[in-house]
Design a protein around this ligand. Structure first.
Ligand code: KIV
Length: 263
């Protein structure tokens, strides 16, 4: 696979070429997903649940993200890699710079942070230091206590307008990509059309530039309460490789997520 850069992803946005992304945490899966042609990966703090067995992302530490980022980068040297800055690691600007640098030095191309207007200065300061930043708005798992659970965001007009305003403000501050999680499909479309940077959706309909899924959801490993938007692409007696191919194809032609997997 050729090296995937932010310019390449911008080119996909301009040319309306939808792209698939996946959360990955280790060397072997990174290699597998990369060999199947997934161009963008995220070392998400969802590893708190999928790898560490916690019931939220809150206990994840910067050293955990560093460890998994290094492993994923070894397995997938050419893909575009985002890694999360975990809860509490970017509360203060100085701390955000230090922790983002650690993650970039571990092999990530870009760091992802959750939040709206309060991140303005942090995004500016990171960008001035050539650290690429991805925003994350809508449902923000690090704020689940604040929002009393994992709920769809932006259903009311005033909340939807606030999310559009935050997306624009974050772009102005310097983010180069945005993840929108669990928001109505129409709102995600509006945000995607309003921004010149690539927008990746999860639980946000099929009109965003890219889609991301947690790998455990794609492979049907997740048990218990499965989010409405997630889809098990691995059917009985099929191979993991075929499941990944189905995911790539459905994202590229825009049939995943369909209405049944959107809000
Ligand atoms: O941590 C994660 O896996 C994420 C995705 C849900 C986008 O942030």
């Amino acid at each position: 696979m050729e090296n995937i850069t932010i310019s390449k992803i911008n080119y996909w946005k301009i040319n309306k070429k939808k792209f698939p992304a996946i959360t990955v945490y280790d060397f072997s899966f990174a290699k597998l997903f990369s060999n199947q042609g997934i161009p963008v990966m995220l070392v998400g703090d969802s590893l708190g649940m999928t790898i560490q067995g916690h019931d939220s992302t809150l206990p994840v530490k910067v050293k955990d993200i560093e460890y998994h980022t290094k492993a994923v980068r070894k397995g997938a040297p050419n893909i575009f890699l985002l890694s999360d800055l975990p809860f509490t690691s970017y509360f203060e600007t100085k701390q955000a710079i230090k922790n983002a640098a650690r993650i970039i030095q571990s092999g990530a191309n870009m760091v992802k942070i959750e939040g709206g207007i309060w991140l303005k200065t942090i995004v500016k300061e990171l960008s001035q230091r050539s650290i690429l930043v991805c925003g994350h708005i809508g449902l923000m798992p690090q704020s689940f206590n604040y929002f009393s659970g994992y709920k769809v965001q932006g259903r009311e007009i005033k909340d939807a307008n606030k999310l559009i305003e935050e997306a624009l403000l974050l772009e102005e501050a310097g983010i180069k990509m945005l993840v929108v999680e669990c928001i109505p499909a129409l709102l995600a479309k509006k945000i995607t059309e309003s921004l010149s940077i690539p927008v990746i959706g999860i639980g946000a309909g099929n009109k965003t530039d890219g889609q991301i899924l947690v790998m455990h959801d794609l492979l049907g490993i997740t048990e218990g309460k499965i989010p409405k938007f997630s889809k098990n692409f691995l059917s009985k007696n099929d191979s993991i490789q075929n499941a990944i191919q189905k995911y790539i194809k459905e994202v590229q032609i825009g049939i995943y997520p369909d209405n049944a997997h959107s809000f």
